[in-house]
Design a protein around this ligand. Structure first.
Ligand SMILES: C[S@@+](CC[C@H](N)C(=O)[O-])C[C@H]1O[C@@H](n2cnc3c(N)ncnc32)[C@H](O)[C@@H]1O
Length: 371
C-alpha cells in the first residue's frame, strides 16, 4: 500500500461514515469537552503517528509531566497531544479537556510492533477468527482501544461501518473505506447514541481500564437490543504443568512488581477473572467464556502450539521494557540501571528452554437482551 500525505478532510455527519470504494487516509476526530456548557465538540484533524497536526507547526515545549522528561504538546488549547520519553521510549496520547490519560505502554514503533505480534497470537489462538461472537451481517461495529487499528483493518465485515477509538494516534496511515477513527478516552462516557451498535470489540485492554463495570455499562447502553460485546485479553500470569515455573522465575517476579507499581498508579491489572460476573451484573445474557493456556517458547511438541509459543516468546522478549518501564520508573521511582538489570534477567529466563511456561488467554462474548 502506498503511503501519502494526510490532509484535512470533511467530517461526516454521523459517527459512522458510509463505505466508499477507495482506500482513505485516516480521519481522526477528537472529542473535546466544554467545561462551561458541558457539551462535547468534535474537531476533525489530520495528525501523524506522533500526534503532530500535519497542517500546523504548533509544537511547543511543555514540562508539566515531569522535570526530567522531554515533553511536547501539539494542538490548540482544547485538543493537545502529549508526548514524553523515558529511557528513549516514546509515550504519546491525547490529553484534551475530557481526560488525562494514564495508559503506560510506549506508543513508538517498537511498541506498535508488539501490538502486531499480539494480533497474530490472537488469530493463532482463535482459529484465525477475528471474533468468536456469532455475528450476522453487523452494520455498526465499535473497536474500543483500537491501537494500531489492525483488527479493524483485517475485519471480516467489509460492509460494516467500523469505528475505532483510541487515546493515542498510532493508527495505520491508510485504512479501508469502512473504517473511521476517533481519538477519545473510552473510560469516559461514550459519545455514541444509545441502541446504535451491533458489536463492541475490546481486545488487549487489560490494565488500560480502571473500572470495567462502567465500560461494560457503556457498551450495554450503546448496543442495539440483541447486540454483542466481545472482550479478549492475554493475562501474563505464568504457570507450568511440570513445575518448571518456580517463584524464582524472573518473568513471574517482574509481573508481581509491575502489579505493585500499577496499584500505586491506580491501574487495575489482570482483571479478566471477574469479567463473567461483571457482564452478568450489567445485564448481558448468553455469556460465553473461553480460557486457554498460551505457551511461551518452543517447548510444546504440538506444531501449532510451538508456533504460538514462538511468537509469544518473541512478544514477551521484545516487550519486556514496554511492560516495566513506566510502572517501575513512575510508580516505584526505580532508576534506569535498576530497570535495565531487571529487564535482562527477565530476557535471560524467557530464553531458558528447560522452563515450560505458559500464560493465559481469556475471551468473553455476550449479548444484550432483545427486550
Ligand atoms: C494493548 S493495545 C491493544 C490494541 C488493539 N485493541 C489490539 O488488540 O490490537 C491497547 C490500546 O488501548 C489504548 N488505550 C489505552 N487506554 C485508553 C483509553 N482510556 N481510551 C482509549 N484508548 C486507550 C492504547 O493507546 C493502546 O493502543
Amino acid at each position: 500500500m502506498r503511503k501519502g500525505k494526510l490532509s484535512i478532510r470533511q467530517k461526516p455527519n454521523s459517527s459512522f461514515s458510509s463505505a466508499t470504494n477507495s482506500i482513505q487516509p485516516p480521519l481522526y476526530t477528537v472529542k473535546t469537552h466544554n467545561a462551561a456548557s458541558g457539551a462535547f465538540n468534535s474537531v476533525s484533524q489530520s495528525i501523524n503517528h506522533k500526534g503532530e497536526r500535519l497542517t500546523e507547526d504548533t509544537l511547543s515545549a511543555n514540562d508539566e509531566d515531569s522535570d526530567n522528561w522531554s515533553t511536547a504538546t501539539v494542538g490548540g488549547p482544547s485538543t493537545a497531544f502529549s508526548s514524553f520519553t523515558i529511557n528513549d521510549r516514546t509515550y504519546n496520547y491525547a490529553h484534551h479537556a475530557r481526560s488525562r490519560n494514564s495508559y503506560f505502554f510506549p506508543t513508538d514503533n517498537r511498541g506498535q510492533d508488539r501490538l502486531f505480534l499480539l494480533h497474530h497470537i490472537s488469530l493463532l489462538l482463535h482459529g484465525d477468527k477475528l471474533h468468536l461472537t456469532p455475528l450476522e451481517n453487523p452494520s455498526r461495529v465499535l473497536d474500543m482501544g483500537t491501537g494500531t487499528c489492525i483488527w479493524a483493518i483485517d475485519s471480516s465485515h467489509p460492509d460494516a461501518a467500523i469505528l475505532g477509538i483510541n487515546i493515542s494516534p498510532i493508527q495505520s496511515t491508510w485504512v479501508p473505506p469502512n473504517v473511521r477513527l476517533e481519538i477519545d478516552d473510552v473510560k469516559l462516557a461514550w459519545a455514541i447514541p444509545p441502541d446504535s451498535l451491533d458489536f463492541v470489540h475490546i481486545r488487549d485492554m487489560d490494565s488500560a481500564i480502571q473500572n470495567w463495570t462502567n465500560l461494560m455499562r457503556e457498551a450495554y447502553r450503546t448496543l442495539k437490543p440483541g447486540g454483542w460485546i466481545e472482550i479478549k485479553d492475554i493475562i501474563w500470569s505464568y504457570t507450568s504443568d511440570d513445575g518448571t515455573v518456580t517463584p524464582e522465575y524472573t518473568p513471574m517476579r517482574i509481573i508481581e512488581t509491575v502489579h505493585e507499581a500499577l496499584k500505586a498508579l491506580n491501574v487495575e491489572f489482570h482483571s479478566s477473572g471477574e469479567h463473567h460476573e461483571r457482564l452478568t451484573n450489567v445485564g448481558f445474557m448468553d455469556i460465553s467464556q473461553q480460557t486457554q493456556k498460551v505457551p511461551i517458547g518452543l517447548w510444546p511438541a504440538d506444531p501449532k502450539l510451538k508456533e504460538v509459543g514462538n511468537i509469544t516468546l518473541t512478544a514477551a522478549y521484545l516487550g519486556v521494557e514496554d511492560v516495566i518501564l513506566y510502572p517501575l520508573r513512575v510508580g516505584l521511582s526505580w532508576d534506569r540501571e535498576k530497570i535495565q538489570a531487571l529487564a535482562s534477567g527477565v530476557r535471560r529466563d524467557l530464553k531458558k528452554g528447560s522452563i515450560h511456561a505458559s500464560v493465559w488467554s481469556y475471551a468473553f462474548w455476550a449479548r444484550k437482551p432483545t427486550e
